[in-house]
Design a protein around this ligand. Structure first.
Ligand code: V47
Length: 418
């Protein structure tokens, strides 16, 4: 182990801004000022080590640096303080029940209008078959989202969940983005709270983070006009958190938004997490142009992906986890990102309709095996941990699985009181 002189050690200190979900203490021995080559990053490194919140300007400096290694070391010090060398994955199955959508977002290759070539909707029976296959494969989670379907009634969705819950009581149902919840509230003429209550009673376990895109009116009006605006998305997640429903958050980056707009998005998420904690992870989604109306754009580079993931770890000091969704980032880059602040790579996925590398004709069978995920994680120097949707470790035994929860952990999931 190299020794670090006192002058090189980064300072550690008490929390300057109080908050339950602040980053745990950074191990000063793991990070030395001598490692931070870009002088512009040194004041930021000091802030991180003394657990002070980063400003939007700090975020911009992190984006602008060419010293990617120092950025990675900083993000990794926070990741390690929270999770040690653990890297999480899950056995899940994504089900995109229909691509028929009232919206026409320009970044989205998935949406179709009724009768348009490629439009589909799965019957409830087909979805039950997918769920059965997932259960046989050992999945702990179903991730169910779709377009804003113009004529399915709200009780189709509650019926779907209650049937799935009866059929597979152990499976966690992570379903419906805030955009769908808003849609349900309109079609059912119910408040968001009433919609969430009905879904929860039917079996909803948590909400995924999709539909956030970029919280900015300029970007909204240019790329996803007609969609719920940022305040609506944030309000729905706030309501879910207040009702004890955990949710995830996303940002879709690498199209027409500026870096500053991305940082403002992250800060809005951080503020909501302070006010109404309940976000489990941030999933920065790397824009895949293939087949979309923005197909002429190049999409983010590998360096931009790594920066975005590392920066998300550093800006979101009150988020427990940062997930690289390998479908968007690719598995190769997701593996590298495990040493740049990321602690989760999502799961086996199996079928994915929303983005396909070669556009509309691309392959929807997008699957990772558990063996491959564990191998990639271990090769990155991390310890693979199978988690459930709420980030509790999963133990496998012949013919089944259970969630490991110590008495001390009961009633608490990564810092959130249940
Ligand atoms: O809402 C759509 C995005 C999201 C493209 O919560 C695109 O655990 C890139 O939210 N390029 C759906 N992104 C995916 C999502 C998600 C995925 C994995 C895990 C979780 C979670 C959530 O994908 C959409 C939209 O923001 N998206 N088109 C595209 N061309």
């Amino acid at each position: 182990m190299p020794t670090i002189s006192d002058a090189q050690r980064l300072p550690t200190g008490p929390l300057l801004s109080a908050g339950e979900l602040q980053t745990p203490p950074i191990d000063a021995a793991a990070l030395s000022m001598a490692d931070i080559r870009d002088p512009a990053l040194r004041p930021i490194a000091e802030k991180i080590c003394t657990r002070r919140r980063l400003s939007a300007e700090d975020g911009m400096a992190l984006f602008e640096t060419r010293d990617i290694h120092s950025l990675g070391a900083l993000a990794n010090s926070v990741r390690t303080a929270r999770h040690g060398r653990k890297a999480f994955y899950n056995i899940n199955r994504h089900i995109n029940y229909s691509n028929i959508c009232a919206l026409s977002c320009k970044f989205c290759e998935f949406h179709r209008k009724r009768g348009e070539s490629g439009a589909y909707e799965y019957s409830a029976e087909t979805i039950f078959e997918f769920a059965d296959q997932a259960a046989v494969a050992g999945a702990t989670e179903l991730h169910i989202v779709g377009g804003l379907h113009p004529w399915l009634p709200f009780d189709w969705y509650t019926g779907l969940l209650s049937h799935l819950r009866r059929r597979h009581p152990q499976m966690h149902l992570k379903c419906f983005t805030a955009i769908e919840i808003d849609h349900f509230s309109r079609i059912a003429r119910l408040s968001v709270r009433e919609v969430l209550m009905a879904l929860k009673e039917a079996g909803l376990g948590s909400m995924p983070g999709g539909g956030a895109e970029v919280f900015d009116d300029r970007v909204h009006d240019e790329v996803f006009k007609g969609k719920l605006r940022s305040d609506g998305w944030l309000d729905i997640h706030r309501t879910a958190h207040e009702m004890g429903i955990r949710t995830n958050a996303t940002i879709l980056y690498g199209h027409i938004e500026t870096r500053r707009e991305r940082i403002d998005h992250l800060i809005k998420l951080r503020e909501l997490q302070d006010a109404a904690p309940g976000f489990q992870c941030i999933i920065p989604l790397s824009f895949v142009p293939d087949g979309s109306e923005l197909g002429h754009l190049p999409g983010p580079t590998g360096l931009e992906d790594i920066k975005m993931l590392a920066l998300s770890r550093l800006m979101l000091d009150n988020f427990p986890h940062v997930k690289a969704f390998w479908i968007m980032q690719t598995m190769k880059l997701s593996q590298v990102s495990l040493n740049f602040g990321v602690d989760d790579i999502d799961g086996t996925v199996v079928w994915y309709d929303i983005t396909k590398r070669e556009g509309g004709l691309g392959n929807r069978h997008q699957e990772q095996t558990v063996a491959d995920m564990r191998r990639l994680i271990a090769e990155a120097g991390c310890i693979p941990v199978e988690r459930d949707t709420l980030y509790r470790p999963v133990e496998r035994y012949p013919g089944g699985w259970r969630v490991l929860e110590s008495a001390a952990q009961k009633g608490q999931v990564h810092g959130f009181q249940t």
